[in-house]
Structure formats: structure tokens, C-alpha cells
Design a protein around this ligand. Structure first.
Ligand code: URP
Ligand code: ZN
Ligand code: ZN
Length: 491
């Protein structure tokens, strides 16, 4: 057998297995796994280090305009380079529709921007304007191109599509095999809190955390789940930040609901106290939903360990600490005018590995599931997320003993700060491959701009998530009303 590359003597870890052996790669794909493989034009000696599937980052805002018109600091080159240094071989940033835009235009724009990527990519479509043309023509066309996830917002005035709009998206998505993702926060609760805080002159960044209560997330998750259950459509809750929200996800998973969820490292590593730093420093830690408290961190770790979350994603939303980003509306503005989001695409996996695997909170197999395998299954990346014959040669070799302090320079992004600055982490990716090509090695980038490829995706894997049929949508129980006909029935 001819191999372009043999990775020799690795501790190979998948979501279910751990074994010592060699991996043979040819034509960008894994073609053999064995205790020992001879040959290989290039032999990489792993020396027993951990050989994992390359990470799949499923929540990243790259070259994306916010509804307020602020462009993220990372484009597809810097964002993908940062992801690669963080142990990722592919990512799925958002392609955001703003009101009045056609989905085709959004995809063309993102297609042109993504040509610079050094890792493989797809997009989740953000839908903020679900007109009949969008629902009936444009989303099905996007789906046919292999874009099989649509994201909606329950908050932000310019993005929130309301419960009816969400039911429309859920129904169309389900009819085509797509999964709907949701940012779940109760918009009116947040606006009410904003008004009360403003009336009292409480405008510092720390009040951002107060303005978005835990109950706003919990209520919205509960409502999103009810909407999805009504039409029995798959739903993915992004960036769960509360114990109550996680408990709803756990309850629904027990019930067999077609539900998926993620949390993010910032909710494990930081708290609302970080927003209470001198001057405007707290703005660096403003994201939505906001950072919570130590008890929440503990609860989220418990849910990670127990399998409530399918993914731990970064929600990389890089806005620099200057007028191009956080302060695009001015330096001394009230918190509602400061851009929401923080960077973390390079820190996601080192943080999860160090705090999760090295501290015994999760196994290395769980780490693989949370960082790559579940993402591939949920978002239809059939040839990614595991190490097996036929899979893409997307691999990261990790040194579990490497110790380092997080620095901005190590993030390799286009940012001027990292919220994880100074944290001591153990374990780091030392070599990263995408489709058999080494893209990061010995701290250096080996990839060429634009070598990443678009990955057309399949529908979500709903195995073992039977879902529910709402009585009122079941023609056998609703006097034959064909309410769910457009979605192909409630099953
Ligand atoms: O605060 C965040 N996460 N900003 C990015 C946009 C979003 O809400 O996902
Ligand atoms: Zn969000
Ligand atoms: Zn986000």
C-alpha cells in the first residue's frame, strides 16, 4: 500500500476508542489503521503523543457584519489560521442575512470571503428576514448546495424573527433535513432591564451582565424547545450559559426530543466579575448571553460530563478593543452600544483539554466527541470528526504535557486582546493536518492561503432522537387538518 503520510506510534483517540498505532494517509484520506505501517513518503513520529481528529469549530463569526454594521476583526485568513493553531481542521462560521438581503447574495458574499481559508469550511445561514421567497425558494436552494443548518435569533431587535417566524423556519428546515440553531434570550426582558438600568444611569460594561438575566435565557430555551416540539423539528441551542438552560436541555434529551446544544469555554472560565474591571476594560468580557458565576460554571461542567452538551464551541466573535470593534459607537458609550462578543477560536480546545481532560472532569474520548465527532454528526460532515479508514486526514497531534500561559501572540488572530490572557494551560496541539496536509507544525503555519475547501453537508444525524408528535398536528387526532403538510407531516 502506498501512503503519502504515515503517522507512526500515536496514542490514537476517537470518541469511543483509545489505542496505540499508525495511521496511513493517501490522497487526503485515512486509508489504513494498524499497529504498525511500513512506508510513507513522509513519516511523522508521534512518539506516543495523542493523535486526535482535528477539531471542528461550529460557532464562529468570521468576516461577519453585525446587525449594527460592525465587521468582525477576523477574516477567513486570520480566523482560519487562528483556528488551525488551536487544533482545528475545519470550521462552520455564520453566513448572516440582514434584513432586505437575499440568501443567494449572502452565500455569494461569504463564498468570496471564504476563499482565503486555510482550513475546510461550511456556513450556518443566519436568517433574519424570513419572507415567502426566502422560505419557499432561497432556503431550499441553500440546502441543495449543502448548507444544512439555519440559525435564528430570539433577541436583538434587528435579528429577532419572533415565534411565528421561528415556526416557519423550523418547518422549512425540517422539510429539507436541515437543523435550526437558536440564540435563545427573551428580547423583551432584556429591553425592560435596559430601560430600568438606563433610568438609573447604570451604563458601565458590568451592567451588561445584569441586563440579560439567567431567566431570559431559561425562558427562551423553554419556548424554543416548545416551538420545535410543536413541529417535531430538530433544534440546536447555541451558547447555553445557565444551569437552568442546561437542565431544560437535559430534560428534553431524556424525553427523546430532537435537541442538540453547546456551551462555550468563556462560561466555564470567566464570570460576571470580569466585567467589573477598571475603566472600560470590562467591555472585553461582554458577550451575549453574558458571563455568569462560579456556581454556574460548576453546573455547566457537570452537564458536560453527563452528556447534556453535544459540542463545546468558541462563539468566536472578535471585536477589537478600539473604534473598529467594541467602541464603534464611541469610547464612552453606555453598555448597550458596545459590540457584543469575544474571541476564543484558538483557545477553545486547549482550554477544554486542560481544564477538562487534564483535571479529570472528562475523558479524552469525551473531549474528542465534544470537539469534533458530535459536530460532524450533528452538522452533516460525513468525512470528518473521527479517525477511521475513509475519513479525511484531519488530524491533530497533541502533547498532553506541554505547559504554557495563554498570550495574545499564541492566538494568531487579528485581535488586540484575549479574554484568556495569562491562564496556565496543560496540553497543546503541536501538529495539525487538514485533508492530509500539515497546516501547523512546531509553532509555524505550513498552510497556504486558500487551501481550505467548502464542505457540502448532509442532514443532521437524528438517530436515537425519536422526537414527539403533537396531537394537534397529527391528522389522526386533529380531524385530519393537514397543518404540517409543508413539512412532510409531523413524524
Ligand atoms: O456576544 C456574542 N456572542 N456575539 C456574537 C453574536 C451572537 O450573539 O452570537
Ligand atoms: Zn448568539
Ligand atoms: Zn455567536
Amino acid at each position: 500500500m502506498h501512503f503519502d503520510t504515515v503517522i507512526h506510534d500515536g496514542t490514537i483517540i476517537t470518541a469511543t476508542e483509545t489505542f496505540r498505532g499508525d495511521i496511513g494517509i493517501s490522497g487526503g484520506r485515512i486509508i489504513a489503521l494498524a499497529e504498525r505501517l511500513a512506508g510513507g513518503e513522509r513519516r511523522i513520529d508521534a512518539g506516543g503523543r495523542l493523535v486526535l481528529p482535528g477539531g471542528i469549530e461550529t460557532h464562529a463569526h468570521i468576516a461577519q457584519e453585525s446587525s449594527g454594521g460592525v465587521l468582525t476583526a477576523d477574516d477567513y485568513l486570520s480566523g482560519s489560521v487562528s483556528a488551525a493553531f488551536g487544533g482545528n481542521s475545519s470550521f462552520i462560521p455564520f453566513a448572516a442575512q440582514h434584513r432586505g438581503q437575499s440568501i443567494d447574495h449572502v452565500i455569494e458574499t461569504c463564498g468570496a470571503r471564504a476563499r482565503r481559508s486555510v482550513i475546510d469550511y461550511s456556513w450556518h445561514l443566519i436568517v433574519s428576514d424570513p419572507t415567502p421567497e426566502v422560505l419557499e425558494d432561497q432556503l431550499p436552494r441553500a440546502f441543495a448546495r449543502g448548507i444544512t443548518s439555519f440559525k435564528v435569533f430570539m433577541t436583538y431587535d434587528l435579528m429577532n424573527i419572533g415565534d411565528g417566524g421561528m415556526l416557519d423556519i423550523l418547518t422549512v428546515a425540517k422539510a429539507h433535513g436541515a437543523i435550526t440553531m437558536v440564540h435563545a434570550e427573551n428580547n423583551d426582558m432584556v429591553k425592560w432591564m435596559n430601560r430600568r438600568l438606563a433610568e438609573q444611569g447604570l451604563t458601565a460594561p458590568k451592567y451588561h451582565a445584569i441586563s440579560r438575566p439567567e431567566l431570559a435565557e431559561e425562558e427562551a430555551i423553554n419556548r424554543a424547545v416548545s416551538l420545535a416540539r410543536l413541529v417535531n423539528a430538530p433544534l440546536f441551542i447555541v451558547h447555553v450559559s445557565t444551569a437552568g438552560g442546561a437542565a431544560i436541555v437535559q430534560r428534553e434529551k431524556l424525553a427523546g426530543t430532537r435537541l442538540f446544544a453547546e456551551t462555550c469555554p468563556q462560561y466555564l472560565a470567566l464570570t460576571r466579575q470580569d466585567l467589573d474591571r477598571p475603566g472600560m476594560e470590562g467591555a472585553k468580557f461582554m458577550c451575549s448571553p453574558p458571563l455568569r458565576d462560579a456556581a454556574t460554571q460548576e453546573a455547566l461542567w457537570q452537564h458536560i460530563r453527563a452528556g447534556t452538551f453535544d459540542c463545546v464551541s468558541s462563539d468566536h466573535a472578535p471585536y477589537r478593543f478600539d473604534e473598529s470593534g467594541k467602541f464603534s459607537a464611541g469610547r464612552d458609550v453606555a453598555y448597550p452600544k458596545i459590540a457584543n462578543g469575544m474571541p476564543g477560536i484558538a483557545a477553545r480546545l486547549p482550554y477544554l483539554f486542560s481544564e477538562g481532560v487534564m483535571k479529570g472532569r472528562i475523558t479524552a474520548n469525551q473531549f474528542v466527541a465534544l470537539s469534533a465527532t458530535n459536530a460532524a454528526r450533528t452538522f452533516g460532515m460525513k468525512r470528518k470528526g473521527s479517525i477511521a479508514p475513509g475519513m479525511d486526514g484531519d488530524i491533530a497531534i497533541w502533547n498532553p504535557e506541554a505547559r504554557r500561559k495563554v498570550t495574545l501572540a499564541d492566538q494568531h488572530d487579528n485581535m488586540d486582546y484575549t479574554p484568556f490572557e495569562g491562564m496556565e494551560l496543560t496540553g497543546a496541539p503541536e501538529l495539525v493536518m487538514n485533508r492530509g496536509a500539515v497546516i501547523v507544525e512546531k509553532g509555524a503555519l505550513r498552510a497556504a492561503e486558500g487551501q481550505g475547501r467548502f464542505v457540502p453537508r448532509a442532514p443532521a444525524d437524528l438517530t436515537a432522537r425519536p422526537g414527539h408528535i403533537a396531537k394537534e398536528l397529527d391528522p389522526a387526532q386533529n380531524f385530519g387538518a393537514p397543518i404540517a403538510a409543508r413539512s412532510g407531516g409531523p413524524a
